[in-house]
Ligand binder design. Structure first.
Ligand SMILES: [Zn+2]
Length: 107
């Protein structure tokens, strides 16, 4: 049984296709949580979307590259992905790479 999403109680049980939490009374279905999709926000809390353009807000060191991606670098046509580095993009002069959304700002 999954823990209750409202109060994290472990004492949940299943009843007619719904999960029920006896501690806070919350009822939910198994599929509910997977409907939210991927939400990626920039450093200001704005929601990013595939195809957006962003600016890098601080110098970012790149493994294997001689320089860093400079603050203020524009990155066009981003793609959102799951994970720690949640922006897949191409940076001029560096090629394809993944960035963290907390280090960019939507244009
Ligand atoms: Zn609960």
């Amino acid at each position: 049984m999954p823990n209750c999403p409202m109060c994290q109680s472990e004492y949940t049980y299943e009843d007619r296709g719904l999960f029920v939490c006896p501690e806070c009374g919350h009822e939910w279905s198994e599929n509910e949580e997977t409907d939210e999709g991927l939400v990626v926000k920039d450093s200001n809390g704005n929601v990013l979307q595939d195809g957006d353009s962003v600016t890098v807000i601080k110098d970012l060191k790149v493994k294997g590259a001689s320089g860093a991606i400079k603050q203020g670098t524009k990155v066009k046509n981003i793609r959102l992905v799951e994970g720690d580095h949640n922006i897949d993009c191409k940076v001029d002069g560096f090629g394809p790479m993944k960035l963290k959304s907390e280090f960019v700002k939507k244009l």
